[in-house]
Design a protein around this ligand. Structure first.
Ligand code: AMP
Ligand code: ZN
Ligand code: ZN
Length: 416
């Protein structure tokens, strides 16, 4: 048996870290204390709106969530986009603190651009300003693993999860599940206590085909079936795993004609990034106009958006501390898109998370650490990381935005 584990580990080790060898300062074993800790599997279904289960009743999840510790909905951070929110979930921090202010942005402090599609940027640890939970785990002698999560491939503070995968949109769900199950069958010393997984399908169908489309329903059912397989396989293991199922944001419907073009003089004077619900404008060319004047000029003719200098973004967005969101950020009205050329998707997210529930995602948890069938009202996703750190017995040695008290009522106590 031991040999089998050792062989499995060496094979997994090779494939998991195919892009590079593990970093030398990384512990490759659980400490004696970590070996006693619970197991947490954090699964993200990108773009899974808070009401999809009630609305579409996917066979497996419709039952599974009934027994879960859950939230009415999970409120994302601003901007309500994939990378900012996945990093918020694992750092307990708003994007202005963790540094990933958009899927694509310019970092004036680094004089570099970040994009989820540029691997040299995604892999560059300089962009990530707060250690994710897996880094804290590894630093505190606990094995972590990731079958995809934004940021998981970068050696943040010199550390990646002990096992991680290079992102591949097309990787079949079955392979993802099999590999995670293989990780759980490693000897206790190597077995990850914190593992992440990610599924993109529901977000993609929501963007391309919109609410109530057969394609969206098919994607929900596909992921539902994968979660069913995952849960069934986990049940056969001799360990009891806490499954925390989340999403990064919701999805809203947009009429393709609801697009407002930004004036062309903007690109002559500034570096403009993005289109859709939010556009980021950077003063990389040291434009002669002051930014205050530019904002006034933009807002004077704006029909369906409002622009702010980053410092003036309303406090409720928690986004006024970082120039990475843009020297100027223009926020489209709900269900409107803005940009220089056009904007394709019929479904989208990225708008304000306030005065609507459309941007809200999900939080459902089942496992030995959680109470059964308990529900709290809508809460922010900044609180997930301190909850998971608490379950795993990890210390958070730096300041974050979330707190443990908010989600603690979902946890079993000694009396339960
Ligand atoms: P969004 O535009 O906010 O909907 O971003 C969703 C996109 O993020 C999807 O197309 C995913 O393929 C992509 N994505 C998710 N996770 C990763 C990752 N770890 N690395 C690169 N791209 C990713
Ligand atoms: Zn997303
Ligand atoms: Zn999306």
């Amino acid at each position: 048996m031991k040999i089998l584990f050792a062989i499995a580990f060496s094979i997994l080790g090779l494939s998991a870290c195919a892009s590079k060898s593990p970093l030398s300062n990384q512990p490759t074993k659980n400490s004696a204390k970590a070996m006693q800790a619970p197991y947490v599997l954090l699964v993200s279904i990108d773009g899974f709106r808070w009401d999809y289960i009630e609305k579409y009743k996917p066979k497996f999840l419709n039952q599974w969530v009934k027994h879960s510790a859950r939230l009415e909905s999970l409120r994302p951070a601003f901007p309500t986009k994939t990378f900012p929110n996945h990093l918020t979930i694992v750092t307990g921090s708003y994007p202005q603190r963790h540094g990933i202010l958009a899927n694509s942005f310019y970092a004036p402090d680094l004089k570099k651009s970040y994009s989820l599609r540029k691997s040299e940027a995604v892999l560059n640890p300089d962009f990530y300003l707060v250690k994710p939970l897996w880094v804290l785990a590894q630093e505190q002698g606990m094995q972590a693993a990731s079958y995809f999560w934004p940021g998981s491939e970068a050696p943040i503070a010199g550390t990646t999860p002990a096992m991680f995968m290079t992102y591949d949109h097309n990787k079949p769900h079955q392979e993802r599940i099999d590999t995670v199950i293989d990780w759980y069958q490693l000897p206790a010393a190597q077995r990850p206590h914190l593992t992440t997984m990610y599924f993109h399908d529901v977000d993609a169908a929501g963007h391309d085909f919109g609410q109530d489309s057969p394609q969206l329903i098919a994607a929900i059912n596909k992921v539902d079936n994968s979660i069913k397989t995952l849960v069934q396989k986990l049940k056969q293991l001799p360990i009891d795993v806490n499954i925390v199922l989340v999403s990064d944001h919701g999805m809203a419907q947009r009429k393709p004609s609801d697009f407002e073009k930004l004036p062309t003089w903007l690109t002559e004077q500034y570096y403009v990034k993005g289109s859709g619900p939010i556009v980021h404008i950077y003063d990389t060319k040291s434009a002669s106009n002051t930014l205050v004047q530019t904002v006034e000029k933009l807002n004077a003719t704006a029909q369906h958006f409002k622009c702010y200098r980053y410092q003036d973004i309303p406090p409720r967005f928690n986004a006024s501390q970082s120039r990475r969101i843009g020297d100027i950020a223009c926020l489209a009205d709900k269900d409107w898109a803005i940009g220089m050329i056009g904007h394709r998707p019929v479904g989208d997210h990225g708008w304000s998370q306030f005065n609507t529930t459309d941007m809200d995602g999900i939080f459902y948890a089942n496992g030995p650490a959680f109470k059964k069938s308990v529900k709290l009202p809508t809460l922010e996703n900044i609180h997930i990381m301190p909850l998971l750190a608490h379950i795993l017995g990890l210390e958070i040695p730096h300041e974050i935005d979330g707190n443990l008290q908010s989600l603690a009522p979902l946890l079993k106590t000694s009396k339960d």
